[in-house]
Design a protein around this ligand. Structure first.
Ligand SMILES: Cc1cc2nc3c(=O)[nH]c(=O)nc-3n(C[C@H](O)[C@H](O)[C@H](O)COP(=O)(O)OP(=O)(O)OC[C@H]3O[C@@H](n4cnc5c(N)ncnc54)[C@H](O)[C@@H]3O)c2cc1C
Length: 676
């Protein structure tokens, strides 16, 4: 196929000091802090594929949590103590944890100032509660929609500041100058999605390309949300880790995804009160036969009621909570029904379980329901008493749980890992930053609510770094910039042209975008869900490489509009390759079951004191490995060097515990030394 001809003067190029990719809570907050740190609002741009899209604006849960240091009454807390708890799951750097803890208060009050109505008492104390993996009461919430309200308040302020927002701009490539000793980001290539037409036409593709030249680029594109069939991420969020991968960024902890129970018709976590009222769990097979399957795995209703109740607080699936009839045994049983037996699983709020008797409830359940004045004849009545809003949310989304069953599955919810960055959230590429869920600062597990805090703190740190060290525009002149981007654009246009205008090719099975997504998601379920077998990995890895290489041939594209699907699938495939390679490397490093997954391997390595844990009943097939190996003192990183993917296991940095002498810190701060 002939090269695509284009004239660089035809291409729309805009220039800013800082370009933020993504308009979620992390990206919007960063824009505001840039202004606070002295960058003129006219020098800042937010580019986003969909303003109001993404996770922050479209998600929530029973009590969506924001995690911050405690600051009320006689609670004893400190940044150091909070940092210890952020790091407790392992595989998290201590300095990053200390920064997230120290700045949590500043960021929390930033949100309060912007109008997020976090509740306080008559003394002005911002009361808290205990969330998952939290030994204190650091969690706060405004109810089910904390992140949505954060997003709205942040956006209002961004609009007040008149910061430019480029909506319907899909970023497809980071531009960088690699003639420097350390590669430097210099711009972003976007495609304006609403300009694409329903025909195949290269002229229209070229006109839809928009270039942003920038001194600083901040990736705030959220989590890789489209990789799993069962997902509780909002549908408008897809994720763009491929942007960082193709730019040559180092990524980390990609093995650490988080999963939990959620309804699938309307995507919503069934955490908190949905479990505390002890709903009836049923599975329905292809012949319509209904079974209360959980009773197969718990020796008594008392133990089952306790596990269901705890699932409310302990929402993410956790390898440590299977034994002794722990709450994650429920996720495992649901997984077995849906993924292995191909049944549908539902929560029924209209009836009690066959074995339900108030007298048989575990004492912690009974005490809680009684103290909450929520003991009633069935789960629905209990839920109405405990949290009436929980029923209403489903009603508003077309599901009446007072009449119908609620279909659930074990769903993907969050990636704790992501792009690696330093203390200022700058990546290994100079002037390229990563914040929010795209940044992989968390470890194996994290306190609930730490994701939202981390996203806010990251934006502040980036703005401080840029304000103090990268505030001036890049001296790179337009001619040199065009010289760098010309081959990049040429390659993009040639790939797109091929993808659109190819003829059918022998021996290659073609797929529509919908078929290809299904393929990606099936692969993820097989190797990267809560169950992680080591078998057949190698072959699958080879297949992914082939697909990345041949994607432009494989995908059937009918018109220019579908190019976006091509770009998203390319991104998802690259991300999948990195995640699955990380999981394979984890197997090869003798990693044990941890976080939100169980490791299955055929043989035990006895020198590492590996042992099988065998879950009860039919679940014995999921006999998973535990051992004495402690990989949590290291962080697994992955990076591509000249096309070759390599791993490093970096030693976790300790939490700093020397905090300087005031006069010296004051001087370093005034001289700007702390920002280097
Ligand atoms: C069901 C659920 C419940 C949760 N509950 C909690 C909780 O209680 N506490 C907590 O701390 N965390 C929670 N989380 C996680 C938290 O909500 C997210 O991590 C956080 O909102 C992510 O914010 P973000 O700004 O990084 O990304 P997002 O809000 O996802 O924003 C990403 C933005 O990037 C844009 N974008 C993506 N790719 C591109 C591209 N190529 N070009 C242009 N734009 C692009 C998107 O359109 C979007 O605007 C929950 C998540 C889910 C799914």
């Amino acid at each position: 196929m002939e090269e695509t001809e284009f004239n660089l003067d035809q291409i729309d190029i805009k220039e800013f000091n800082s370009v933020i990719i993504g308009s979620g809570a992390a990206g919007l907050n960063c824009a505001l802090h840039l202004v606070g740190e002295g960058i003129n609002p006219t020098e800042i741009a937010i580019i986003t594929e969909q303003l109001g899209g993404g996770t922050s604006f479209n998600t929530g849960s029973d009590k969506q949590t924001y995690y911050k240091m405690s600051l009320t009454g006689n609670q004893m807390d400190s940044p150091f103590e909070m940092a210890k708890d952020l790091c407790a799951g392992g595989a998290m750097h201590g300095d990053i944890a200390l920064i997230e803890a120290t700045n949590s208060i500043r960021e929390f009050f930033h949100l309060v100032q912007l109008g997020v109505p976090f509740p306080h008492d008559q003394f002005g104390g911002f009361v808290g509660y205990k969330t998952d993996n939290d030994p204190r009461q650091r969690a706060t919430s405004i109810g089910p929609f904390t992140s949505q309200e954060m997003g709205k308040c942040l956006l209002k302020e961004v609009q007040k500041e008149k910061i430019a927002i480029f909506d319907k701009h899909y970023a497809l490539n980071i531009l960088f100058d690699n003639t420097k000793k350390r590669s430097e980001a210099i711009g972003v290539v976007c495609i304006k999605t609403d300009e694409l037409i329903s025909e195949k036409n290269m002229g229209n593709i070229i006109n839809s390309i928009k270039i942003f030249k920038a001194r600083n680029i901040i990736i705030a594109t959220g989590g890789p949300a489209a990789l799993y069939k069962h997902s509780v991420y909002p549908k408008s969020q897809k994720g763009s880790l491929g942007l960082a991968i193709t730019a040559g960024c180092k990524l980390q902890n990609l093995t650490e995804s988080q999963f939990g129970l959620a309804s699938i018709k309307f995507r919503w976590n069934v955490s908190g009160s949905y479990q505390q009222v002890i709903p009836r769990y049923i599975s329905v097979d292809k012949n319509g036969k209904e079974t209360e399957f959980l009773m197969k795995y718990f020796p008594s209703f008392q133990q089952l009621s306790k596990a269901i109740f705890l699932k409310g607080y302990q929402w993410p699936f956790n390898a440590e909570r299977i034994e002794d009839f722990g709450s994650s045994l429920i996720d495992l049983a649901v997984y077995n029904e849906t993924e292995i037996l191909d049944n549908d699983v539902y929560l029924d709020f209209t009836k009690n379980s066959l074995n339900y008797e108030e007298e048989l409830l575990d004492p912690i359940v009974k005490r809680y329901l009684s103290n909450s004045n929520a003991l009633a004849r069935n789960p629905l009545e209990r839920l109405k008493k405990l949290n009436a809003q929980a029923v209403e949310i489903y009603k508003k989304n077309g599901i009446d749980i007072s009449k119908e069953l609620l279909q659930i599955a074990v769903c993907n919810q969050h990636l704790n890992g992501g792009i690696s960055a330093d203390m200022w959230w700058e990546t290994n590429i100079k002037h390229l930053f990563a914040i929010g869920e795209a940044n992989g600062s968390h470890g194996v597990h994290r306190p609930g609510g730490a994701a939202l805090n981390s996203g806010q703190v990251g934006g502040l740190r980036v703005a401080q770094k840029i304000g103090h060290t990268y505030a001036k525009l890049e001296p790179l002149n337009r001619y040199r910039f065009l010289q760098i981007i010309a081959p990049n654009l040429s390659s993009i246009f040639n790939i797109i042209k091929f993808a659109l205008f190819k003829k059918a090719i022998m021996n290659i099975d073609q797929m529509t975008p919908a078929q290809f997504w299904e393929h990606i998601q099936d692969r993820m379920s097989k190797f990267g869900g809560i169950i992680r077998p080591s078998k057949d990995f190698f072959e699958e890895g080879k297949e992914i490489i082939k697909q990345i290489y041949n994607l432009k041939i494989i995908l059937i594209l009918n018109n220019n509009k579908e190019i976006i699907e091509y770009l998203r699938i390319r991104d998802a495939l690259l991300t999948q390759q990195y995640i699955l390679k990380s999981i394979l490397n984890y197997h090869e490093s003798n990693g044990k079951s941890r976080g939100s997954y169980l490791i299955l391997r055929d043989a035990l390595n006895e020198s590492l004191n590996e042992r099988y844990i065998i879950p009860p009943g039919e679940l014995k097939e999921f006999k998973f490995i535990k051992s004495d190996i402690i990989l949590e003192e290291k962080i697994q990183t992955i990076q591509s060097h000249a096309g070759i993917i390599t791993f490093e296991w970096e030693k976790v940095r300790d939490i700093p515990n020397e905090f300087g002498w005031f006069e010296n810190v004051w001087k370093d701060f005034s001289d700007g030394k702390i920002f280097n």
